[in-house]
Design a binder for this molecule. Structure first.
Ligand SMILES: [Ca+2]
Length: 154
């Protein structure tokens, strides 16, 4: 009983200490502001059967952490092989995420489809690049295949 009584106080103190740390310390490598690669599920769960649902379980999140909406038309997503997805008109709101799924489907709020019939992101290591319409690299993120199927690129 004594331990149970003491623990919440310790936890609260620890939480307070974390809260008081400057934001820069909480994030060892602060990400550049604006548009960037987020979570990438490079290995579709289960066997790679090439069904459309399996292809669509392979995806890349792009996150806009700027304070204003960004029009993605002309932005490109590219892998190591050179496969390239070019965004059509898509307005990503401030603080919003858009998921780029590998397979076919109908674009909507928060999701667009590459439209491929085969996987694009290599399970054994690859590199995603987000390229601006003017060709300038905006962000990149690589993985080795040892991350368990997904990589957090934040
Ligand atoms: Ca894959």
């Amino acid at each position: 009983m004594r331990i149970r009584a003491v623990l919440p106080a310790v936890t609260a103190a620890a939480a307070l200490a974390v809260t008081l740390l400057p934001a820069a310390s909480a994030h060892a490598a602060p990400h550049q502001g604006g548009l960037h690669l987020g979570y990438i599920q490079y290995d579709s769960p289960g066997r790679d059967t090439r069904t459309n649902s399996s292809l669509n379980a392979e995806w890349v999140n792009i996150h806009n952490n700027s304070s204003s909406a960004i029009q993605l038309k002309g932005y490109k997503l590219k892998d190591n092989t050179g496969y390239t997805y070019t965004f059509g008109s898509y307005r990503i709101g401030a603080g919003k995420t858009v998921k780029v799924r590998t397979g076919k489907g109908t674009n909507g709020a928060g999701v667009v489809y590459w439209g491929r019939g085969s996987y694009v992101w290599n399970n054994t290591g690859d590199k995603a690049r987000l390229i601006k319409p003017n060709g300038v690299l905006r962000d990149s993120c690589s993985w080795t295949g040892r991350e368990g199927g997904a990589k957090n690129c934040h």
